[in-house]
Design a protein around this ligand. Structure first.
Ligand code: PHE
Length: 474
């Protein structure tokens, strides 16, 4: 299949699609809030350093593997290891992980879509009621929303790389940027907006401890879509002439910029609503912020612009989050899609049908694990608590396996595929990379401290999450 593998039509198409994957729900609310709670500018600085010095080399390695092999992640590990069976486990995980993360991300995207529809119907006042979210996620209407979101994602994916993924990203990403800057401009005019900006930007280094550092790195890793096989897959759709090094930098910058700008929307809104907000009490979870806290704040703008005005602002906000979520969802479903096409020789349509049925079933089960069905709600018990099916998927794949996949990429490119091959691939399309400081740094970091850090995060997460015991004390 590789001979006629589809490609992005341009470098810009690739960058927008990869940035579309990276810019997701976490960027828009989770990032700003955890930055504010964990040291403001100090967090922003540390985050930027993590992106540049830890995440970027991993991103380049993933992209190099994809472009070199022109395969899905499973095929990439297989081809580049010369068929070594041991690495097929890493390849399998790199396809299973996005499959499972697609399920948990779909659940949240469906809720966002539901809130978008509700604001469009003029129901913002109901959404702002604190008990609404709990009821909403257990209503049968979520299944209708799920059907529609599933249709949208599949309509994009069935178009393939150029006519589907690239076209959607070329429309959704610029629109997202316009909506975001529009909201920032509005929110900054509100009373007390600057208090929020101050909390967000003024550094407080006293908050920096091992657990904040761990949180910042995990956030950066997730935000850049690392360890999910996505960048490997997208990079398998670019040509040998394209510049991976420059592309990776652009994706990292766009993702971080959107996350930073989102803070200029969220924090001023929170502080104009309540100038005496205690940031320690804000929830770090994107879910509770988006669905339980922000609707209240959005509704409060009615004192300024009336109910219709507030509903329009809320609509724009949910549309923005929805666009961010859709491009991420598309990218994550594309990984198993390309694996089925490549490894099982299925057509794109059949692959999408197989995935719609399998992820669809799991998504339905996860959706029912918030109280609709008892055994799904109390699915397992670990780490000292009952966990739902949704919690399990989240804890295992998002929290635990992602750093493990990142670790595999580092070990694979350095010790199995070898530095010289990695360098040769990155040099193609970027001549000045050869012999540069960047090249030396990437080689050094991927073979030394990055895998060590990822290993520590992995071991620490397993012990704290599943055994309620912290080996490293954070
Ligand atoms: N970077 C995405 C985000 O911040 C992560 C992601 C990508 C999640 C693709 C799911 C699917 O939300």
């Amino acid at each position: 299949m590789s001979a006629n593998r589809e490609h992005f039509s341009s470098r810009l198409g690739f960058i927008l699609a990869a940035a579309g994957s990276a810019v997701g729900i976490g960027n828009l609310v989770g990032f700003p809030v955890s930055a504010t709670k964990n040291g403001g500018g100090a967090f922003l600085l540390v985050y930027a350093l993590f992106v540049a010095f830890i995440c970027l080399p991993v991103m380049m390695a993933e992209m190099a593997m994809g472009r070199k092999s022109q395969k899905d992640p499973y095929g990439a590990y297989k081809d580049l290891s010369g068929g070594d069976k041991r690495w097929s486990i890493a390849g399998g995980l790199a396809v299973l992980t996005p499959f499972m993360i697609a399920v948990f991300y779909m659940v949240i995207t469906v809720w966002i879509f539901g809130y978008l529809v509700q604001t469009a119907m003029g129901n913002l006042d109901a959404l702002a009621n604190p008990s609404h979210f709990g009821q909403f996620i257990n209503q049968t209407s979520v299944f209708w929303y799920m059907l529609l979101v599933g249709l949208i994602v599949n309509l994009i994916l069935v178009g393939g790389v150029k006519q589907g993924i690239e076209k959607a990203a070329k429309f959704l990403m610029p629109t997202l940027f316009v909506l975001l800057t529009g909201l920032v401009a509005y929110v900054l005019t509100l009373d007390n907006a600057m208090a929020g900006v101050r909390y967000y930007i003024v550094p407080d280094f006293s908050k920096m401890d091992a657990s904040v550092l761990n949180g910042a790195l995990s956030q950066a890793f997730f935000s850049l879509s690392l360890g999910m096989g996505i960048l490997m897959t997208y990079a398998s759709y670019i040509s040998k002439k394209d510049d991976i090094v420059g592309g990776a930098k652009m994706v990292a910058i766009t993702d971080s910029l959107v996350a930073f700008i989102a803070g200029l929307m969220v924090l001023p809104a929170i502080f104009s609503f309540n100038p005496a907000t205690n940031t320690d009490e804000l929830s770090e979870s994107s879910v509770s912020m988006i669905f339980e806290f922000l609707p209240k704040i959005l509704l409060a703008t009615q004192s300024d612009i009336g109910y219709v005005g507030a509903s329009i602002v809320a609509f724009i906000f949910f549309l923005l989050v929805f666009f961010a979520a859709i491009t991420s969802l598309v990218s994550i479903v594309e990984v198993p899609t390309s694996a089925l096409m490549e490894e099982k020789n299925l057509s794109r349509k059949t692959a999408l049908l197989v995935l719609a049925a399998s992820t669809g079933l799991l998504t339905v089960l996860c959706t029912m694990s918030f109280g609709m069905v008892d055994w799904l709600t109390q699915f397992v018990n670990y780490g000292g608590a009952n966990k739902s099916l949704f919690d399990l998927v989240y804890d295992v794949f998002y929290d635990t396996i992602l750093p493990l996949n990142g670790l595999m990429v580092c070990l694979f490119v350095i010790y199995r595929w070898k530095k010289s091959n990695l360098n040769a691939e990155l040099e193609q399309g970027c001549e000045h990379y050869k012999g540069s400081f960047g090249e030396k740094y990437v080689n050094f970091s991927l073979s030394t401290f990055i895998p060590v850090i990822l290993l520590i995060i992995f071991v620490n997460t397993v012990s704290t999450k599943f055994f309620a015991f912290s080996i490293f004390g954070f």
